[in-house]
Design a protein around this ligand. Structure first.
Ligand code: SF4
Length: 87
């Protein structure tokens, strides 16, 4: 997630890839393309991700977050703490 150039903007909604991990391999998917700059090896820890999402939610007054992937169900460690992101 990048925020460069958008420091003070308010966003009603955000689409967030909480993981690039996936148990499928669809041909059209960018997750498995070589140009994808995000490696699953570089994923944030549960605490880091929740802290960052909470910070950005408050900073940008985000009302709704759509958690995507990859396959977001492969991050149950994050999903089970979803109530920590207060809306
Ligand atoms: S992230 Fe979605 S589109 Fe990509 S391989 Fe997984 S299921 Fe398919």
């Amino acid at each position: 997630m990048t925020t460069a150039g958008h420091e003070s903007r308010q966003y009603p909604a955000a689409m967030v890839n909480i993981t690039n991990k996936c148990n499928l391999c669809c041909k059209h998917c960018f997750v498995f393309q070589g140009s994808n700059p995000t490696s699953t090896q570089n994923e944030l820890s549960t605490e880091q991700l929740l802290e960052r999402l909470s910070f950005l939610q408050k900073k940008h007054s985000i009302q709704t977050m759509l958690w995507m992937g990859g396959e977001p169900l492969l991050r149950p460690d994050v999903l089970e703490h979803r109530d920590q992101i207060i809306f």
